[in-house]
Design a protein around this ligand. Structure first.
Ligand code: HEC
Length: 202
């Protein structure tokens, strides 16, 4: 005796097929009514199993990719240690020097970078894509964004570096860059330093 002899099982199977055929049929009639074509949309049915058109449209409507506000890196920079940043900077050092008067390599010397004008590094041949970064200055937020993923702000820039995915690594390396900048802009203690008391009740 096989499972196929079981009446309940057969019932379930036929119910499933009836539902499936009903959906296919409805889609077919729908396509015919809307487009007059029998073929264009049939492909869709094969690809997705069921025509879930509403779900397909959802991401475009949400517009999430447009990018919400970035989490604030500044509190992490305040907490970061220069030494940790020096260790992270080894990943940058194959292309960048950081000391005063250091040579440009594959990338420009990064002395005094924090708060400085973007793409004006003593004679380094900067790409137009980098120069086009909005704001024109290496604020903490712009640095954070660029170091996380150089192609985000400068899609045609020449820095071939995958980026630092961990916020703590970015904060540390920025702290290190600050320690190699004569007058880094102050970090306003505007945001979270106030702690939970400042949070609106939820
Ligand atoms: C493989 C080489 C390479 C590595 C590794 C690299 N960079 Fe770069 N970097 C470049 C190049 C090339 C540019 C010039 C980009 C342009 O002009 O589009 C650049 C530009 C920059 C700039 C902009 C300077 C300006 O002109 O205003 C900053 C800031 C920077 N890099 C930081 C870093 C940091 C921090 C790291 C490590 C976490 C790093 N880079 C790792 C090659 C590299």
């Amino acid at each position: 005796m096989s499972i196929l002899d079981n009446r309940t099982f057969q019932g379930v199977v036929s119910a499933f097929w009836l539902a499936f055929l009903a959906i296919l049929g409805a889609n077919f009639v729908g396509n015919l009514a809307m487009t007059g074509s029998l073929f264009g949309e049939v492909e869709k049915v094969e690809k997705f199993g069921f025509p879930i058109e509403a779900a397909e449209e959802a991401p475009a409507a949400g517009g999430e990719a447009a990018g919400g506000p970035r989490p604030d890196i500044k509190p992490l920079i305040l907490a970061a240690k220069v030494d940790d940043g020096a260790a992270v900077f080894r990943k940058c050092a194959s292309c960048h020097t950081v000391e005063a008067g250091g040579k440009n390599g594959t990338g420009p010397n990064l002395h005094n970078i924090v708060g400085d004008v973007i793409g004006d590094r003593n004679g380094f041949k900067t790409t137009d894509s980098l120069k086009a970064i909005p704001g024109g200055k290496w604020t903490y937020d712009v640095l954070d964004d660029y170091v996380e993923n150089p192609k985000h702000l400068a899609p045609k820039g020449s820095m071939s570096f995958a980026g630092l995915k961990k916020p703590a690594d970015r904060a540390a390396v920025i702290k290190f860059l600050m320690s190699n900048t004569e007058n880094p802009p102050p970090i306003e203690a505007s945001a979270p330093a106030a702690g939970p008391a400042a949070e609106p009740a939820k």
